[in-house]
Ligand binder design. Structure first.
Ligand SMILES: Cc1cc2nc3c(=O)[nH]c(=O)nc-3n(C[C@H](O)[C@H](O)[C@H](O)COP(=O)(O)OP(=O)(O)OC[C@H]3O[C@@H](n4cnc5c(N)ncnc54)[C@H](O)[C@@H]3O)c2cc1C
Length: 484
């Protein structure tokens, strides 16, 4: 089938979804074409979830400018889109004279970048802020924070849909042709005839750029592994604790999540394989040992899960990491905005990246604002966060609030069912997990996974063997052990 749209965004991660949401402010028909069955399967759902202050990037770079902007607008985005963001601050902890010099350089760079709320603090102030940390002094970044990366991305996407954009999930782009002033985008499912293309495909950005005729980019993968610790440890860590950064790597840090867990990581291992997310056992031990020098509370028994993410870094011929590249190349690919090397701080900067990309488009075409654009994503309060009176009211209105499916995270049947009928039409097990937090607790799905699988079957009227875990090819069940 051939679909016609004004603009197609290839890649539905946080950047593609931010572009979709920001572009849906204008009178345009918009398609988001995404290879996976959900929008948080790659980097946007696999990161530290830190809202960076903007001090770690070269002055004058897009990374610095868009990060500072993203940090500033995060309170507004959080209240419009209904995802959790906590401006908790962050410390970069040092011990030696060399550490102090590097922190002074970092702070000067941050100030030049427009980052605010930066301060060098002594041991007493450091231990007042984070009592359980090891270190002699620190740079404190008051305006750094933590956020829910899943709901940030999902709610950007859902808000875009609410404002008229359409998502085509499980549509991998395999080739692009230019015909009669339009692009024809071929996917493994449908085809699209579009006037404008945004290449926001993360790890696929070089391949899509090549398809557009903008060749020569060199991308390397840097894999970061993480441990997730039980909520028992959350109260010991009021803000992210980082070591002193180098120019290219932030170092293994400990980070509280907005839901009360702690993550440990990432390391940084160069890789050509952008699809292998397994975490080897030796890396788990390395992370634990490394982070323990900063924060000595990491016990193996508190590790409830591991995960990893892969940064797509644009490097020059000498392997030197480059800035974000966001460009229109009318000589090679007219009417295409090409985004390359959107690594960290891509989460913090997603909306400014989107606005910048759209401003490049606006240099070539006039964009008419819609009168009825609605920036607000209405989100229902989680049962786990309701007080007793709110819970009673919710159960009276819908008795399925009275049935707990995930006891660890207190997720009810009503919430699971609402998540199954999400506006993007995501039907995977992890789709339910990222939208509700079911299966994210201490038991890591041991007690609720099959209840959720049954609810997906029932609500969607599908067979058990058609339920997918994360990707199109990841089945939850493959058949019956015994017939009859
Ligand atoms: C380990 C790690 C830690 C990080 N920590 C932070 C942090 O603390 N703070 C911060 O600000 N940033 C952080 N980042 C960076 C941030 O996560 C990324 O910059 C951001 O998620 C990039 O978003 P994206 O939409 O470009 O990429 P993605 O989320 O990868 O989305 C790209 C999408 O394109 C799709 N795609 C690819 N090829 C095709 C194709 N051919 N057809 C259709 N679809 C395709 C993919 O399936 C994918 O869904 C971190 C990243 C990593 C990996």
């Amino acid at each position: 089938m051939l679909h016609y749209f004004d603009a197609a965004i290839i890649g539905g991660g946080v950047v593609g979804s931010a572009i979709a949401r920001e572009l849906s402010r204008y009178e345009l028909s918009i398609a988001v074409i995404e290879e996976n069955p959900d929008v948080v399967c790659e980097a946007s759902g696999r990161n530290s979830a830190v809202v960076h202050g903007g001090f770690a990037y070269d002055t004058g770079s897009l990374k610095a400018r868009l990060c500072v902007e993203g940090n500033r607008m995060m309170d507004t985005l959080s209240s419009e889109l209904g995802f959790r963001f906590i401006r908790c601050g962050k410390v970069l902890v040092g011990n030696t004279d060399e550490d102090l010099k590097q922190l002074e350089r970092t702070m000067a760079q941050g100030k030049a970048n427009g980052a605010t709320g930066l301060e060098l603090i002594d041991s007493a102030k450091l231990h007042e802020l984070v009592p359980a940390v090891n270190g002699s002094f620190a740079m404190f970044s008051r305006n750094s924070g933590i956020m829910d990366p899943f709901l940030f991305t999902i709610n950007l996407a859902e808000n875009a849909v609410m404002n008229g954009a359409r998502y085509f999930l499980s549509h991998k782009v395999i080739s692009i042709a230019r015909k009669d002033g339009r692009y024809v985008v071929h996917t493994e499912a449908d085809d699209f005839s579009v006037k404008w293309i945004f290449n926001a495909s993360g790890k696929g950005a070089k391949a899509i750029s090549d398809m557009l005729g903008i060749t020569g980019y060199r991308i390397i993968g840097s894999k970061g592994n993480y441990l997730v610790l039980d909520k028992r440890l959350g109260p010991l860590l009021p803000m992210p604790v980082y070591p002193v950064p180098s120019n290219t790597y932030m170092g293994i840090h400990v980070t509280p999540t907005v839901d009360g867990n702690v993550t440990v990581g990432p390391d940084a291992v160069n890789t050509d394989d952008f699809s292998y997310y397994g975490v080897p056992a030796d890396k788990m031990e390395y992370l634990r040992e490394s982070a323990s020098t900063l924060w000595p509370h990491i016990d193996k028994k508190d590790v409830i899960r591991t995960f990893s993410g892969i940064l797509s870094k644009w490097v020059d011929e000498n392997g030197v990491i480059q800035d974000f590249k966001i460009e229109v190349r009318p000589d090679l690919a007219p009417c295409a905005v090409n985004l390359i090397g959107i690594e960290s701080p891509g989460l913090t900067a997603a909306v400014p990246i989107a606005r910048y990309a759209i401003s490049l488009m606006a240099e070539y075409t006039s964009l008419k604002e819609k009168k009825d654009f609605n920036p607000v994503h209405e989100s229902a309060k989680r049962f786990a966060e309701m007080d007793t009176a709110e819970r009673e009211k919710a159960i009276k209105a819908d008795c399925r609030y009275g049935s707990l499916v995930c006891s660890c995270e207190k997720v009810t049947e009503a919430e699971i069912i609402r998540a199954i009928h999400n506006p993007l039409g995501v039907h995977t097990m992890t789709g339910i997990k990222y939208r509700t937090r079911a299966m994210m607790g201490g038991c890591q799905s041991g007690f609720c996974q099959m209840k959720i699988e049954k609810l997906i079957e029932k609500e969607l009227g599908i067979r058990p063997e058609d339920v997918r875990y994360l990707r199109t090819s990841s089945w939850v069940l493959s058949g019956k052990m015994r017939e009859g």
